[in-house]
Write a protein that binds this ligand. Structure first.
Ligand code: NAD
Ligand code: UDP
Ligand code: UDP
Length: 325
């Protein structure tokens, strides 16, 4: 899109009322851009963007990305999709439609506008990985018919669509494979492990460890992740990715529980719950590609990031408590 006057861009963020999308929106506005946030508020909330309501360069459109969208923008970040297993398994068909039809619509939009489009893909494309740590060349180990496949296969299909639109129509695509990300604004009832443990610890409820707790994850603080997404978007047309974006620090779920208990000072007990079907046993990104080509690596250590997240969830629980009284 060609506009007069300035280098300011108009940027579409789908899923912009969600956890990562709202942080990305804040950063883009800070840089002086205009942001159109498109979200159907399935898992996102207006609370995440409340502070932007009177912002002159911010616009919210309530819209489902499975339907066509006609806007005029310079860049697109496609983040719309529920990300927590609890949410994406709630309506698996809608999850698939969001990934697949959503990708087709943003790609059609990018094709018409000849603009860059970035896909928020996921480490879940590697499934239960047999290569450790995971490199981008690895094709993954995904169950195509299990309860997680609506998300995993939906995201894999979206990646296929991105690369086919790139090869067939010359669309400038960028694919980020995001690993577990956490931070302030994560929904208190999101269902993912970091928010579950923190909320449980703050309420004095038992921390629910699924399985033995020796499965591993790598947790990236949201500010680091947003920085990686923006660096990827800033690359030239020959850089498509996919790029792993995540923090290579690897922790067992039991270690995470211990950290949360220590940082909150909580005396909550720990209880065991059944391990969900197809739960990946290990996950750790190899980020050498992102280091080399995006000059990116995460900076915020887990303890520090957990501290900010605990503060934010403590405030939120306080608000909920006050509203209930
Ligand atoms: P989130 O659930 O907070 O945000 C997703 C947003 O998309 C929500 O605001 C939701 O309302 C919106 N949305 C869902 N379906 C939609 C639809 N059909 N039309 C329009 N909007 C829709 O999750 P998040 O953690 O912020 O994740 C953002 C993106 O990053 C997702 O695409 C997710 O798959 C990807 N990702 C996240 C993580 C992570 O650890 N947080 C890891 C890998 C990938
Ligand atoms: N699309 C959209 N906005 C646009 C252009 C396209 O939402 O500005 C959607 C439209 O629904 C279309 C899809 O993107 O079906 C794919 O577009 P493409 O041009 O690849 O396909 P076609 O229009 O030929 O079906
Ligand atoms: N998990 C857990 N207790 C919880 C929530 C999750 O032990 O209350 C485990 C889950 O089984 C998985 C890991 O923590 O092994 C990460 O789960 P999450 O849902 O956060 O993300 P995933 O990486 O599985 O998509």
């Amino acid at each position: 899109m060609v506009r007069l006057y300035d280098s300011r861009k108009r940027i579409l963020v789908t899923g912009g009322a969600g956890f990562i999308g709202s942080h990305l929106t804040d950063r883009l506005l800070e840089q002086g851009h205009e942001v159109i946030c498109v979200d159907n508020l399935f898992t996102g909330t207006k609370r995440n963007i409340d502070h932007l309501h009177s912002h002159p360069r911010f616009e919210f459109i309530r819209h489902d990305v499975t339907l066509p969208l006609y806007v005029e923008v310079d860049e697109i970040y496609n983040l719309a999709c529920p990300a927590s297993p609890v949410h994406y398994q709630h309506d698996p068909v809608q999850t698939l439609k969001t990934s697949v039809h959503g990708a087709i619509n943003v790609l059609g939009l990018a094709k018409r506008l000849k603009c860059k489009v970035l896909q928020a893909s996921t480490s879940e494309v590697y499934g239960d990985p047999t290569m450790h740590p995971q490199r981008e060349e690895y094709w993954g180990n995904v169950n195509p018919i299990g309860p997680r496949s609506c998300y995993d296969e939906g995201k894999r299909c979206a990646e296929t669509l991105f690369f086919d639109y790139h090869r067939q129509h010359g669309v400038q695509v960028k694919v980020a494979r995001i690993f577990n990300t956490y931070g302030p604004r994560v929904h208190h009832a999101d269902g993912r492990v970091v928010s579950n443990f923190i909320v449980q610890a703050l309420r004095g409820d038992p921390l629910t460890i699924y399985g033995e707790g020796n499965q591993t994850r790598s947790f990236c603080y949201v500010d680091d992740l947003v920085d990686g997404l923006m660096r990827l978007m800033a690359t030239g047309p020959d850089v498509t990715g996919p790029f792993n974006l995540g923090n290579p620090g690897e922790f067992t779920i039991r270690e995470l529980a211990d950290k949360v208990l220590a940082l909150t000072g909580s005396r909550s007990p720990v209880v065991r719950r059944p391990l969900p079907v197809d739960d990946p046993r290990q996950r750790k990104p190899d980020i050498s590609q992102a280091r080399m080509r995006l000059n990116w690596e995460p900076r915020v250590p887990l303890d520090e990031g957990l501290g900010y997240t605990i503060e934010s969830l403590r405030d939120r629980l306080g608000e909920l408590q006050a509203a209930a009284e």
